[in-house]
Design a protein around this ligand. Structure first.
Ligand SMILES: C[S@@+](CC[C@H](N)C(=O)[O-])C[C@H]1O[C@@H](n2cnc3c(N)ncnc32)[C@H](O)[C@@H]1O
Length: 231
């Protein structure tokens, strides 16, 4: 059980595509794939999740489990804002990363413009536990809470499930937690996650989601995408 532990000694490490991630020695876990943090986020969450949701919804209502470095939310905003989508993001993390760490991450270098580069800082500096307007149609609520016990009070049409691995945090991948998510997914909503573990897939299916295995990012043959079928 890692949920109640505050991680110390986090280290910034470079991944294969040049983007950085955090390594947590206490649990021997990285925040992203060592085969490329930026590449993994783009593949799993943006291409397989956000793009699929953008085909169905013009207002993206995102739940992220594991806000971490903010990389997924930043990349999502970069996609949605220029295309005039409405974007509400609700992101939960039990251990918000400290300023002295996120200031050093090199993600802004992956931005396509000065606006995108500055935008990372705006997201990371946004106050926790209240909704903050990040851009004209982009609202972000970062919630400092334990996902295993945090009640949800709204519906979502996209879910980024980005906890540490099922091996390290089995309690984050249970049938009960997928039931909680499924109950707060609108008809047609999409959930994506980087793992393809059989037990995770079975727990999602037991929660009533339709689950598909789809090609994963470099270093991972497959990942999971789950859909809340129309009732
Ligand atoms: C794989 S990292 C997330 C990476 C993140 N999405 C990003 O783009 O950097 C897992 C995250 O889950 C958070 N976490 C771990 N246990 C949690 C819990 N019980 N409730 C909420 N967040 C938790 C960790 O603090 C960590 O930030």
């Amino acid at each position: 059980m890692t949920s109640s532990k505050t991680f110390e000694n986090m280290k910034i490490v470079e991944t294969r595509d040049g983007s950085e991630t955090l390594y947590v020695p206490d649990i021997d876990e990285h925040y992203h794939s060592i085969h490329g943090a930026y590449t993994e986020s783009m593949h799993v969450f943006i291409e397989k999740g956000l793009h699929a949701a953008m085909e169905k919804f013009d207002h993206i209502r995102l739940l992220e489990v594991g806000f971490g470095t903010g990389l997924n939310i930043w990349l999502s905003g970069n996609e949605l804002i220029p295309k005039n989508f409405k974007f509400h993001a609700y992101a939960i993390d039990i251990h918000p990363i400290k300023k002295d760490i996120f200031y050093q991450l090199n993600y802004p270098e992956f931005g396509n413009s000065e606006v995108e580069r500055a935008f990372y800082d705006t997201i990371m500096r946004a106050e926790w536990n209240r909704e903050v307007r990040i851009a004209s149609d982009f609202y972000l609520e970062k919630v400092s809470a334990d996902w295993t016990s945090h009640p949800l009070d709204r519906q979502f049409n996209l879910v980024y499930y980005d906890a540490f691995s099922p091996k390290t945090q089995p309690e984050m991948w249970s049938k009960e937690l997928f039931e909680k998510v499924a109950a707060h997914m609108m008809p047609g909503a999409i959930l994506v996650t980087y793992t393809s573990k059989g037990e995770v897939r079975r727990n999602m299916e037991a929660a009533g989601l339709r689950v598909e295995k789809i090609p994963g990012p470099p270093g991972k043959r497959e990942m999971l995408r789950a859909i809340k079928e129309d009732e």
